[in-house]
Design a binder for this molecule. Sequence first.
Ligand SMILES: [Zn+2]
Length: 253
Amino acid sequence: MKVTFLGTGTSQGIPIIGSNHPVCLSNDFRDKRLRVSILVEWDSYTYVVDCGPDFRYQMLRSGCSKIDGIIFTHEHADHVAGLDDIRPFYFKQGDIPIYAHKRVIKSLVKRFDYVFETKNKYPGAPGVITNRIKNKPFRLKNLEVIPVNGKHGKLQVFGFKFGDFAYLTDMKQVKEKEIEKIKNIKVLVVNALRIEEHYSHFNLIEALNFIKKVNPEKAYLTHISHLLGFHEEVEKTLPENVFLAFDELQITI
Ligand SMILES: [Zn+2]
């Protein structure tokens, strides 16, 4: 399985428009972060987790020419706003399967009503096949995917376990029963927003404590704000098996 980090930044991305913060002005390519998303590939299959406002550029940058579906963690704009840009895939492949909690689907229907239109649909509008997911394993082709339920402030959010790889973003609380699903996994990706506490995201300490509980071989941090600091400096402070993810990083599991 190959995982590509399409974006590793928090909701505004890094740099933030108009910001003079040193991290926003950094010349290190690892300090330039699009909105969070990953590409997960195995055999001949390609799935995207979330589809934020940078989706179009992320698909171009990664050279992705086919997707088998999009899996959504939750409905916040930085995770769904790029849905219209599935059009090139739709024109080539037909309706694109999406997988999400029923509340997330409801939100997508509201934001992108024309995508879900069944009568007199505009010919250029993309189409999707909706698949509701619950906190129960589901199949993507030949792989069983296990949702990991968590809380993002007051909002329910799903992380996902794909074999020996788990991707959890926008988490603040994860119950013990859910952590059990991913204990001792090979590779864990989890959100770490910044140093200071935040009401709906793990900060660095919380992410590191969570990683200790899960006990993966390796962990990568994502959904990073400029307030976490420079990539190079922060990474030096991390435990041996923990790394900061950066855009375009690829890992093989
Ligand atoms: Zn987010």
